[in-house]
Design a protein around this ligand. Structure first.
Ligand code: ASP
Length: 325
């Protein structure tokens, strides 16, 4: 695949986007070629984000609506910045300020938004499957920004991009995902994508945080002990405990959890020299990750954030292309 310079908008308009689907709903089924194409574009977009003038005309005249029915800091700001840096008109709305809080159904909200002729709708919703529901009913492209505990494809793509920037080709690499797998859409999307890219994924969690049938349904294995794997991991991805999705506590207390499953300086020191520590955020310091590790030399958490904007710019470009002028 030939790399394209997206700094030059004319080159951006000419480049090949044929491998890209119309919507980005899941990491399951994304082709290696589509992912590589995205990473080439994201690398260029990151350079744009580091310039003094951080704007391309590529999506000028296009309209993006960010529809967030669940809380978000990083993802929402990242999508908004990405759209604006690509030159699109970006509108944000959240459930608390929308007619969803007046009882409007998702179907009616969808039809209303569609009537405004957007080019792309980015949706986060508490119900798994909501982005598919919208994609079937809207005439524009849809990007899943997190649906319940199901998937968070742009997070996994920015994670894989960050991983490949730090540890190179992911084929044959071992990625250990630690924590609340049961409620993590980040874990699910990462498992699909990392498997496509040839990495081995091992999930480490208390048994109560691994759903029944998990390893039959997804290409990953489960291991109950982080210490067994720490010396062979190329990367460790720490997850937040998603208390907002739990009906009951799945472990006795935070201290106990953090002793067995937390990333502390002693464990970080036992990782291979090249290994990195990731976290999708928001982090709970002192629970899944010690503050000294979160701010330490192996943590790439802020790289993930920077790469997230670049990656979402690249997604906007690949889904929508240029203005056609
Ligand atoms: N920000 C990620 C998500 O929306 C992870 C988290 O909330 O812990 O799923």
């Amino acid at each position: 695949m030939k790399p394209v310079s997206l700094i030059d908008p004319k080159a951006a308009l000419r480049s090949d986007r044929s491998g890209w689907p119309r919507h980005l709903l899941s990491c399951d089924g994304l082709s290696i070629e589509a992912v590589e194409q995205l990473f080439v574009a994201a690398r260029e977009m990151r350079l744009v984000g580091r310039r003094r003038v951080k704007k391309l005309p590529t999506l000028r005249g296009r309209t993006i609506i960010n529809v967030f029915f669940e809380n978000s800091t990083r993802t929402r700001v990242s999508f908004e910045l990405a759209g604006k840096r690509m030159g699109a008109d970006v509108i944000n709305f959240s459930a608390s300020g929308s007619s969803a809080s007046k009882g409007e159904t998702l179907g009616d909200t969808a039809r209303t938004l569609d009537a405004m002729n957007p080019d792309l709708i980015v949706v986060r919703h508490g119900a798994g499957g909501a982005p598919w529901f919208l994609a079937e009913r809207l005439s524009c492209s849809v990007v899943n920004a997190g649906d319940g505990i199901n998937e968070h494809p742009t997070q996994a793509l920015l994670d894989a991009f960050t991983l490949s920037e730090h540890i190179g080709d992911l084929n044959g690499k071992r990625v250990v995902i630690v924590g609340d797998i049961a409620h993590s859409r980040v874990a699910r999307s990462n498992i699909h994508l990392l498997n496509t890219l040839g990495a081995e994924v091992i999930c480490v969690a208390p048994r109560t945080m691994i759903p029944a049938g998990f390893t039959d349904a997804l290409p990953a294995t489960w291991h109950p002990c982080l210490d067994d794997l720490i010396e062979t991991a190329d990367a460790v991805m720490m997850l937040r405990i998603q208390r907002e999705r739990m009906k009951q506590s799945l472990f006795p207390q935070d201290r106990e959890y953090s002793i067995r499953f937390g990333m502390n300086p002693e464990r970080a020191a036992r990782l291979p020299e090249h290994a990195i520590i990731m976290h999708p955020g928001p982090i709970n310091r002192g629970v899944e990750i010690d503050p000294a590790v979160a701010d330490g030399r192996r943590a790439v958490i802020l790289d993930q954030v920077e790469n997230g904007v670049a990656l979402r710019m690249a997604i906007g470009f690949l889904l929508l292309g240029g203005s056609g002028e």
